[in-house]
Design a binder for this molecule. Structure first.
Ligand code: NAD
Ligand code: HSO
Ligand code: ZN
Length: 440
């Protein structure tokens, strides 16, 4: 069922053997560029046109009334409420622990550098709502932003025809549980553009969205492309696009569980990637049989079949786990499961992954909802350089430089020497001007 890539008996560069999905973010950027330009120029009208085109509904009032948010919470299924509260409480425990304190380094007597951690002022949190709806992503965005101390939080999520053009009711309820009351019924690239550029008053006079400083959150290829395009206008977190799972497994892994985990992430998106890396042909064959059995029975069989059959998914056969480790490191998956003997030891050797799920009882779905970890994670190989969403994502470190007169005098010759070396003598002059009596 899965494409098979055989790397045994050699050491070819695995980066060329595990392609990502054919529609990549750089191609998508060109397609959404006109949407972003239109929102910048025409604001509300362009947002509505794009919503009509891509979501099939364009609410007249983009900002969700606070009464609708409260009503959604009131109508929330008790089981979903309990699950969301548990998810919030576990995520809070982890993210509260990530808070940073200011730190002062005494560089020399009289000379200090203090690092102040200052939260971003206003943040736009994207919550997907196309093929699936994501109340859990409200939790994963809002909890770290609140723990960081962000003052102004706004959520954007696509309008749903089934909810009269409002975002999904469970998404709204999750916002209510977390105390977020600024929510817009906008999705896709138009939402990212609206958050970045702001949006003037709408026909009803109430959709005034003030621009944000930063946009975080996951989304499909179009959302990810818009974040890449608008990076610089606003800050963004890592590119958290179509979901990926890689599983490094040996023949101790249960093939039914491996298959279930591959399917679980493939159900997000036809562009999702599910990759098994193993030295065991026996396991690979057994997983294939399990997929043949399980896929037709799964609710989103079509989407899952497309994702698993795409060139971005497959089984990679390797000589041994050490070779498998090199493959998963080169791939840098959003999620990496390790289902091997000594799983923790292998996990500790991994260099590149958004999050690592260790052993038979830590599947990705646990992390998606209730582990306490964050599920907004880098995709497309961005795990080589970026982290998942955390408190740190919402903080800026600002250096406070404080030198006394004596400390500046002591270092002045070095500043002058370096400014001369760079042919920027005014820099040195700005220091020596403070000590006119000193020999230069
Ligand atoms: N990496 C992560 O951390 C993470 C977490 C959760 C979900 N995800 C991913 O988020 C994505 C959610 O996707 P989704 O589609 O369900 O919701 P979404 O909200 O990301 O996308 C829906 C929006 O896409 C826009 N759109 C649809 N077709 C378009 C087109 N042809 N051109 C331009 N815009 C278009 C629409 O405006 C719509 O509102 C999935 O790919 C999932 O794998 C990633
Ligand atoms: N697996 C997704 C991250 O790629 C997160 C998620 C939310 N809901 C279900 N799954
Ligand atoms: Zn998931």
């Amino acid at each position: 069922m899965l494409n098979r890539i055989d790397l045994r008996g050699g050491e070819p560069d695995p980066r060329h053997l595990l392609p990502r999905a054919q529609l990549d973010v750089s191609v998508a950027v060109e397609r959404i560029r006109p949407i972003v330009a239109a929102v910048r120029e025409h604001g509300y009208q362009a947002v509505r046109e794009a919503s009509e085109r891509f979501d099939g509904i364009a609410p007249e009032v983009l900002r969700v009334p606070v009464e609708a948010i409260a009503a959604a919470e009131g109508a929330l299924d008790p089981q979903v409420r309990a699950a969301l509260l548990e998810s919030i409480s576990r995520a809070r425990r982890v993210h509260d622990d990530q808070r940073r304190t200011d730190h002062t380094t005494h560089v020399v007597p009289g000379g200090t550098v203090t690092e102040r951690w200052v939260p971003v002022d206003r943040v736009g949190l994207y919550v997907p709502g196309g093929l699936a709806v994501y109340p859990s992503t409200v939790v994963m965005n809002v909890v770290p932003a609140q723990a960081a101390g962000v003052r102004s939080l706004v959520v954007a999520s696509p309008p749903q025809k089934e909810n009269g053009g409002l975002p999904d009711a469970r998404v709204l309820a999750a916002c209510a549980l977390l105390g977020v009351d600024e929510v817009y019924a906008v999705g896709g690239a138009q939402a990212v553009a609206m958050l970045a550029y702001g949006c003037a008053v709408d026909a009803a006079g109430s959709a005034h969205c003030v621009p944000v400083d930063m946009i975080t959150g996951p989304g499909n290829i179009w959302v990810t492309a818009a974040k890449r395009l608008l990076r610089g206008v606003v800050g963004i977190d890592a590119e958290a696009g179509p979901t990926e799972i890689a599983i490094l497994a040996d023949d101790t892994a249960d093939p039914a569980h491996v298959a279930a985990d591959l399917i679980s992430q493939a159900e997000h998106d036809p562009l999702a990637a599910s990759v098994l890396v193993t030295p065991s042909v026996v396991l690979a064959d057994a997983v294939d049989r399990e997929l043949t059995r399980q896929v037709p029975a799964t609710r989103h069989a079509d989407r899952v079949g497309t994702a698993l059959g795409g060139e971005q998914s497959g089984v990679v056969l390797v000589d041994d786990l050490a070779a498998g480790l090199r493959v998963v490191d080169a791939y840098a998956a959003e999620h990496l499961e390790i289902q091997t003997v000594d799983a923790r030891e292998w996990a500790m050797r991994v260099r590149n992954a958004g999050a690592i799920f260790v052993g038979a009882y830590s599947p990705v779905s646990l992390g998606d909802y209730c582990a306490g970890s964050n599920h907004v994670l880098p995709t497309g190989g961005c795990a080589r350089h970026s982290s998942g969403l955390s408190v740190q994502s919402f903080l800026r470190g600002i250096h406070l430089v404080e030198y006394t007169e004596a400390a500046l005098r002591e270092v002045a010759p070095y500043v002058v020497a370096l400014s001369t070396a760079e042919d920027l003598p005014a820099h040195g002059q700005a220091v020596s001007a403070r000590f006119p009596q000193d020999p230069s």
